[in-house]
Ligand binder design. Structure first.
Ligand code: GCU
Length: 338
């Protein structure tokens, strides 16, 4: 290469570096600025502890949204019911005070009574049946229905099956008769427990441990991960596997917040919610096993309800079907046959 060509070559190289480097730095700075000052900062309410599957699902959701909006939307996940009980959170979401939450369907059904049909006792033949329903058009329709109530349903999270646990054993219907049983702040749940001959007590989730410890109630009902994560197994040492309900959870957004966002952002939120739900469901399966192990290792007694007793529980609870789904028999039938 002649000296002249070499000089031209070096000159063009230096020129390119002078133009491109500042441009690159500018782009990086622009991106960093955007990440440091998001356009929106939203709160996400979660009443479970930090390492619970639903909370980890929420964190995944927040990360995905941050990534896919280039840092324009930042979601701050607040676990441990820091933002209030589920009922309080729903109320605040209806006015846009809290943007996102993961809420148990039992609680949401207090606001959207039609939702009760998705949590009828002994309705699903197993988890596969429930997921066929929720991931199919019935589930989609119910997510849309939330919009009539100032909320936007985004995705379904898993919460397994619920079972009774107590301070004395429940092996048959007679055992639970007359017991004081904690239920969620849900009329359907209260009626279901009354139908068994027990006395329901509506107590907020965070207070269940002390209610059992102080003898205010003789037991409660929930899935394995809640029983373990909230340390209920320390105070209620008998866990009866009767799987009376499968109550899914919903990820929801406040409609007041949703309506302020662009269609593109809404699409991103929906996508990320659904992806985070798939992640939560895998974590759920693992946590169900490990929670049971923790409780069993502590020496609790696990009681498997016999098929005959299960039928008796089921028959006793049948009255809630007509009370809560009387005007939705077609939906109920569709769910059962799905
Ligand atoms: C489940 C659910 C919670 C709910 C709780 C309850 O653990 O994940 O959101 O509050 O049930 O029984 O209250």
């Amino acid at each position: 290469m002649s000296n002249k060509r070499r000089y031209i070559f070096i000159f063009v190289g230096v020129l390119l570096v002078m133009i491109l480097v500042p441009f690159g730095i500018h782009r990086i700075k622009e991106k960093r600025d955007r990440e440091e000052t998001p356009e929106y900062v939203f709160l996400y309410a979660e009443n479970q502890i930090a390492d619970y599957p639903t909370t980890q699902g929420a964190n995944r959701f927040a990360d995905l949204v941050f990534e896919r909006t280039d840092g324009r939307i930042k979601i701050l996940v607040k676990p441990d019911a820091e933002l209030g009980s589920e009922m309080q959170v729903i109320q605040q979401m209806q006015y846009g005070g809290i943007a996102f939450a993961r809420i148990s369907l039992s609680q949401l059904a207090e606001y959207i009574p039609e939702m009760n049909v998705l949590q009828m006792p002994y309705m699903y033949s197993g988890p596969e049946h429930m997921w066929r329903v929720l991931d199919g058009e019935i589930g989609d329709e119910f997510l849309l229905k939330t919009r009539e109530h100032d909320l936007v349903g985004l995705s379904w999270y898993d919460a397994g099956a619920r079972n009774f646990y107590s301070t004395s054993p429940i092996t048959c219907l007679e055992d639970i008769k007359g017991m004081n049983i904690r239920v969620q702040e849900s009329d359907m749940m209260a009626d279901m427990v009354s139908a068994l001959g027990a006395n329901p007590s509506k107590i907020v989730y965070s207070e269940v441990y002390s209610a059992i410890e102080q003898g205010i109630v003789d037991g409660a009902e929930n899935n394995w991960p809640s029983y373990e994560a909230m340390r209920h197994y320390i105070v209620a040492r008998y866990y009866t596997i009767d799987e009376h309900t499968r109550v899914p959870e919903l990820q929801i957004c406040s409609k007041a917040v949703w309506d302020k966002l662009s269609e593109d952002d809404q699409k991103i939120l929906e996508e990320c919610a659904r992806e985070s739900a798939l992640y939560e469901r895998t974590l759920w399966a693992e946590r169900e096993k490990s929670s049971r192990e923790v409780a069993e290792k502590s020496g609790i007694t696990v009681i498997e309800l016999s098929p005959e007793e299960k039928l008796r529980f089921r028959d006793a609870m049948a009255s809630v079907y007509t009370r809560y789904c009387g005007d939705q028999m077609d939906v109920l039938k569709a769910i059962m046959e799905y």
